[in-house]
Design a binder for this molecule. Sequence first.
Ligand SMILES: NC(=O)c1ccc[n+]([C@@H]2O[C@H](COP(=O)([O-])OP(=O)(O)OC[C@H]3O[C@@H](n4cnc5c(N)ncnc54)[C@H](OP(=O)(O)O)[C@@H]3O)[C@@H](O)[C@H]2O)c1
Length: 249
Amino acid sequence: MEISTNYSVTKDELKGKVILITGANRGFGKAMTLDLAKAGATVIMLGRDLGSLETAYDEVVDSGFAEPILYPLDLEGATPEHYEQLQRDILENFGQLDGLIHNASIIGTMMPIEQYDLKLWYSTMQINVNAPFMLTQFLIPALSKSKDARILFLSSSVGRTAKAYWGAYGVSKFAIEGLSKTLSEELEKTSIKVNSLDPKRMRTKMRQMAYPAENVEKNPTPESVSPAIVYLMSEQTKSLNGEQLTLEI
Ligand SMILES: NC(=O)c1ccc[n+]([C@@H]2O[C@H](COP(=O)([O-])OP(=O)(O)OC[C@H]3O[C@@H](n4cnc5c(N)ncnc54)[C@H](OP(=O)(O)O)[C@@H]3O)[C@@H](O)[C@H]2O)c1
C-alpha cells in the first residue's frame, strides 16, 4: 500500500502521545522526530551518540515543538537488562507508550553471501533484527496501556524482493518483514497495530554508502517525506494492520 508524503502536519494533532524512535539523532530518524514533535507528540529519541542526539534535541526545542526525551543506548551492545530499564523508565514517567518506530539500521557491506564478513553479519543482524525484536518484546506492556498504539518497522525494497550482494542488510529486512507480519497477526485483536514501511530512496548517509557514485540531489530529503509518519501515527490510520507500506515519491 502506497502512503502519500504530501501530508500537512497540524499542530497538536498528536498531543499527549508518547512515541519512541530509534536512531533519532540524524537521517530519517531526526526528520521523523521533528515532524512528530511539531504535531505535539513527546518523542523519546533513542540513539547511541549523545552529542548528535543533543544537537537534534536543540533543533526540536529551538523550532518551538514539543520537548523530546533523550535516551542514549547502543543497540548493538544492549542487553535484556537495558530494555527492562527502558520499560521501567517509560511506565514510571508516562504510564504508556503510543508509538514505537524501529528506524535505526546499518547497511553492512555489499558483498556476495559466500564471502560475507562474519563479524559484520553478526553486527548487522544484532542492530537490524535482534534489537528491534527485544525492544518490541520489552515495550509491548507499555504499548498495551495505550488505547491506540502503533509499531512501525522501517524496511526496504531489498527486504521484499531479493537483490544480489545486499548481504546481511537485505536478509535483515526480510526478517523485519517477517517479524512485522507475525506480530501483526498475534496482536490483531489488541489496540496495537503493526506495519512495515519502505521509505524508498532518501538523501541520507545510508543511501550515500549504498550508492557512492550517485547524484544525491535526485533523492528526496528525509524532511520532505517525513510528514507521512505523522499521518501513520494519527487517528486516520487506526485500522491499518499487517501492511507492507511504501512511501509515494
Ligand atoms: N536512506 C534510504 O534511502 C533508505 C531506503 C530504504 C530504507 N531505509 C531505511 O530507513 C531507516 C533510516 O535510514 P537512514 O537512511 O536514515 O539511515 P542512516 O542515515 O544511516 O541513519 C541510521 C540511524 O541508525 C542509527 N544506528 C545505527 N547503529 C546503531 C546502534 N548500534 N545503536 C543505535 N542507533 C544506531 C544511526 O546512529 P549513528 O549516527 O550513531 O550511526 C542513525 O541514527 C533504516 O531502517 C533504513 O534501512 C532507508
